[in-house]
Design a protein around this ligand. Structure first.
Ligand code: FES
Length: 569
């Protein structure tokens, strides 16, 4: 076998080799670890500020055991970690920054293969994007979901319960003290959100892409089998290095098609659209926004998890997890190679389902045609998305009067005003929440309903924006309108009282205003000042692409490989 990449550091006998080895030896590593064996990077997103990933030191230790056992040399390294619950203005603003951190950390160091420890929403796409741009062997180990939330005998789901209960408080149906009591009942163990939110969705996408071992997505964080999986991943990455099984052999067009179909069947997050587009862009796979509709929309919803359904990730694991879903999808899934060296079919062909209430048979789905729908029309020339499985069926075809909020501040200031001119047939429109405008495209698309509607018992109206929505959220919410309002997309031209027509079956989203009137409004439109004046945020707003292209930075597209021609001294 040809010598490994790491031998160009640790295999040298000159001053550079001395430098590379000597300083490493201050950690107590014996000489035999530098003998040319595979060096495995463990890319760790541990942070106490990212509660979903706070148990990752223990996961990393189990990966190390597996690496040592298989004859490798594990070296753990940190990268910036992104938590949804604390980071302002939105973790999405930093997804691309972390991908750069990951890419340069891998490329610049003596690493032959890498284990990516992913958990909270953006930590998965950012690590996969960065690793994909280097194209070394890589395997994802997800941190796993929290145990089911339980509040006074009722299962409650991360995020989903927050949206529901906060509206109940605003509607006067729940006391504030009870609301606060629910905090620790919802988040009661290590792990990430246990609804089919974005973290669970992206862990599922990792498995569907073939980038993780079977059952990577669903094993709870505190289940001993999560540690077994981490241990096995450590063993397997060493073999992958020997087999030269690089990411580009896993992340094929067929793998992305599998991921899109699995996302439809599990009722996955709309955020998967943006992240899969961005990952595909790093490996040069041509994936288009419309592929999500073409490949996914006709598929039925098979998994009954919140926010689209009633169960949680712990139930999903006990019912059979992603292998059982892939098994149900049968020939709709391409038989591609996965990181364990076996094909998708070999991994899933006989996967059992232990609970048909949680994972339905393909012949008896929860809902037909439940995959993400991609809308076009004069309000979204480059597309917008909606998740029909989380929407109100009667609102999927709707004509209503726009109630426009020019910014998130405007929304917060006016939503609950008693004289807000809004009713159940209105369409809430939010501007300035796209990639460039906010900046960072936050999860504010599921705008809270005005109190005056909640008090009347109204639980959903059509909402439209250039923002994203938490994967744990629900409602008739049109997201990712592209181009965004901050760069003069038609969303910027909507005014109070305009009629908007949504027709999900026809895939249309239209502003019923004449072309002449729109041209006049466009001529009078004044672009907002840049959302950032310096630092990383300036780099971001200058280079971020639109949602329909994955919102990556334009100069980060593509695979740059792992070569580094120059020494450091
Ligand atoms: Fe981290 Fe939901 S907040 S996964």
């Amino acid at each position: 076998m040809a010598s490994l990449r790491s031998t160009r550091w640790f295999g040298l006998t000159d001053k550079d080799g001395f430098i590379h080895r000597s300083w490493m030896k201050n950690q107590g590593f014996p000489p035999h670890l530098f003998d040319g064996r595979p060096v495995i990077g463990i890319c760790n997103t541990f942070s106490e500020l990212v509660p979903c990933n706070a148990h990752f030191r223990q996961i990393a230790e189990r990966v190390k055991r597996g690496v040592y056992e298989a004859g490798g040399f594990p070296l753990e390294f940190p990268v910036m970690s992104l938590g949804e619950t604390n980071l302002r203005p939105t973790a999405m603003l930093f997804r691309n920054l972390v991908s750069m951190d990951v890419e340069e950390s891998i490329r610049g160091n003596p690493i032959d293969g890498v284990v990516l420890l992913c958990g909270c929403d953006k930590t998965t796409p950012s690590l996969v994007m960065g690793a994909a741009s280097c194209d070394l062997p890589a395997i994802v180990v997800s941190g796993g979901p929290m145990l089911n939330g339980n509040f006074r005998g009722q299962a409650i789901g991360s995020g989903t319960a927050v949206w529901q209960m906060s509206e109940d408080v605003r509607a006067g149906k729940m006391q504030l003290a009870d609301f606060m009591d629910a905090e620790v009942c919802m988040s009661r163990s290590a792990g990430h959100c246990m609804t089919m939110g974005t973290a669970s969705t992206m862990a599922s996408m990792v498995e569907a892409l073939g980038m993780g071992l079977p059952q990577n997505a669903a094993i709870p964080a505190v289940d001993s089998r999560r540690y077994v999986l981490a241990h096995q991943a450590g063993r397997r990455i060493v073999e992958m290095v020997h087999e030269n099984l690089k990411i580009s052999r896993i992340l094929t067009r067929e793998a992305f098609e599998n991921a899109i179909r699995v996302n439809a069947a599990i009722g996955g997050s709309t955020n998967a659209v943006i992240h899969l587009l961005a990952i595909a862009g790093r490996v040069g796979v041509k994936l288009h926004l419309d592929d999500f509709d073409r490949l996914g929309h006709q598929l039925p919803l098979l998994v009954d998890l919140m926010p689209s359904g009633q169960f949680l990730m712990e139930d999903f694991y006990y019912a059979g997890g992603i292998p059982a879903v892939v098994c149900e999808l049968g020939d709709l899934i391409h038989d591609v190679l996965t990181v364990n060296g076996k094909t998708m079919r070999a991994n899933t062909a006989d996967a059992p389902c232990w609970n048909r209430k949680v994972i339905h048979a393909f012949s008896e789905p929860i809902k037909e045609h439940a995959g993400i729908a991609v809308l076009h029309g004069n309000l979204a020339p480059n597309g917008a998305v909606i998740k029909p499985s989380a929407a109100t069926a009667r609102l999927l075809k709707h004509r209503g009067r726009a109630v426009v909020f020019e910014s998130i501040e405007d929304l917060k200031a006016r939503t609950d005003l008693p004289d807000l001119d809004i009713d159940e047939n209105s369409v809430m429109v939010l501007k300035g929440a796209g990639p460039r405008g906010y900046p960072g495209m936050p999860e504010v698309g599921n705008m809270p309903l005005p109190r005056k509607l909640l008090e009347r018992g109204i639980t959903d109206i059509v909402r439209i924006s250039d923002a994203r929505m938490s994967g744990t959220a629900y409602g008739t919410v049109v997201l990712h309108v592209s181009p965004e309002s901050a760069i003069g997309g038609p969303l910027a031209l909507v005014r109070n009282g305009d009629v908007i027509e949504l027709d999900v079956e026809a895939r249309r989203l239209d502003l019923c205003v004449s072309d002449d009137e729109l041209a006049a409004r466009r001529a009078a439109w004044i672009a907002p000042p840049p959302a950032a004046s310096g630092g990383y945020q300036r780099l971001y707003v200058d280079h971020v692409m639109q949602a329909d292209q994955g919102a990556d930075l334009d100069f980060l597209m593509g695979c740059r490989g792992a070569g580094v021609p120059r020494e450091s001294h």
